[in-house]
Structures are given as C-alpha cells and as structure tokens.
Design a protein around this ligand. Sequence first.
Ligand SMILES: Nc1ncnc2c1ncn2[C@@H]1O[C@H](COP(=O)(O)OP(=O)(O)OP(=O)(O)O)[C@@H](O)[C@H]1O
Ligand SMILES: [Mg+2]
Length: 270
Amino acid sequence: MAKIIVVTSGKGGVGKTTSTAAIGAGLAMRGKKTVVIDFDVGLRNLDMIMGCERRVVFDFINVIQGDAKIKQALITDRRLENLSILPTSQTRDKDALTKEGVEKVLNELREQFDYIICDSPAGIERGAHLAMYYADEAVVVTNPEVSSVRDSDRVLGLLSAKTNRAEKGEGEVKSHLLLTRYDPARVARGEMMKVDDILEILSIPLLGIIPESTAVLKASNVGTPVTFDTKSNAGKAYEDAVSRLIGEQLEMKIQPERQGLFQRLLRRTA
Ligand SMILES: Nc1ncnc2c1ncn2[C@@H]1O[C@H](COP(=O)(O)OP(=O)(O)OP(=O)(O)O)[C@@H](O)[C@H]1O
Ligand SMILES: [Mg+2]
C-alpha cells in the first residue's frame, strides 16, 4: 500500500513542482516504486520538469472522466523504471477534478506503488484542497520570506482540519517543512528569514534545506529532476531530504554552491 504525500505551499512559485520531481526521482533512485501526479490542472508543468511532455497522450482528467485507463495515462520515466508520472490536462475547466474521481485513481495507484507524490497547485482553492485531501503526509514547501511562511501556516491549518484523515478522526497528516531557495548570504544580510525563526512559527519538523541554485534551472531546462545531478548542491540537498522522508536520521547542513574554477582561483589569491 502506497503512502500518499502532498507537496503543497499556499504561495505560488516557491518550488513545489521542482520538489515533487526531485523527491519522486530521489525515492525511485532508492528503489521505491514511485508515481508523481500533477494536480495543477490548466498549467501542466510537472511533465515538462520530468522531461516527458511529448509523451503525454492521456491524462489524469481523462482517467477521471472514464475516457482512458490509468495504465494508458501513466508514463514510465525513461531513466528510472521505478518512476512514473500521471500528467494532468491543460483544460481550463477547474471542475474536471472531482473528489470521487481523485479517490478512485488514488485507490488504484495505492496498490501498484510505494509512494504517490501529489504536486499541488498554488493557493488554497479547490485544486489545492483536492491535492491534500487524501494525503497521509505533507511536504510544506516554504521560502525564507514572510509571505511564504504565512501562507505555509495557513496550509498547515487546512491540513489539520480539511483532510480525509482529519474529518474521519484518523489522526493528523504528518507534515514536514522543506525550505527551498535558501540563500545563506541573503540570510546573513538580514534580507531573508533565519531557519530558527521559521521553525518557531511553523513548528513542524524540518525535512531539508534546498539552497538557491543554478542547477535547478539547468535541470528544468533539459527536463531532468535535479536529484539526477548528484554533484549539484540542490541535488544533494534533495537526496538528503528523501533520506529523512524514509526515516533516516541525517545531520542538517546547508549544501554550499559548487564553485567554478574562477571562484576557486579568486579565493586562493585572496
Ligand atoms: N532551489 C532553487 N534554486 C533556484 N531556483 C529554483 C529553486 N527551486 C525552484 N526554483 C525556480 O523557481 C521557479 C518556481 O519553481 P516551481 O515551478 O517548482 O514552483 P511551484 O511552487 O511549483 O510554482 P506554482 O505555484 O506556480 O506551481 C522555477 O523557475 C524554478 O526553476
Ligand atoms: Mg507548480
């Protein structure tokens, strides 16, 4: 039986889709059979980040509406056979996702996978609600800035009240904090919030700190989850976060940006 994990944030553009792809790939690299699902109907970004947009024939909405079987819509990653994606549709019809439809698809996928990772749309409306509704655990993606922390706090409220687990009294959705786009230099200058201050406000366990990194943009341009770039600081940070997600105890460290030759020479002469 798969564990269902929602990647959510409230605020837009904080790194949910990047994190869904990176965590999904990291779990698959660890031998876990994993499927990532795009709940962001209309935008459809996950298949692009995963590098399979040209292979999309049927999608999540087609399956919900009975126009395709799950098997027809699932795309297996070309690099990792453990990793699959259920892409979404570019329809403008936000009502295409229904609670019953989502439940049916998740129940079927639960039998075939170890992990189901749901990429939530931004906001706290219908799409975001459905993405978190059946989750067992949540990865709350937050940037070190006040507006993002405030939105994550609102999402934590929803996770503890408006989910299937909460409504059925089956216990809380276990929530983890994933800090992304963390820039130590900007934190030192007081332009971004400190880790401790964020933890004090949100008071959920820290899953990882993903540094602001050029490797993320490079990876998304070529359609590879950044975790495949095992030498990059962001890739390593996601790898550590995945280890913690599956229960390993690891020391929390902020991965330094890999320095180019020029920077290393500059340092040596300084
Ligand atoms: N660690 C990082 N370092 C640098 N850039 C990053 C990092 N994480 C994400 N980004 C960039 O931030 C932008 C938004 O990322 P992403 O699409 O993953 O966010 P999102 O939360 O899914 O957005 P939306 O709310 O629109 O769905 C992208 O351009 C992505 O490349
Ligand atoms: Mg997204």
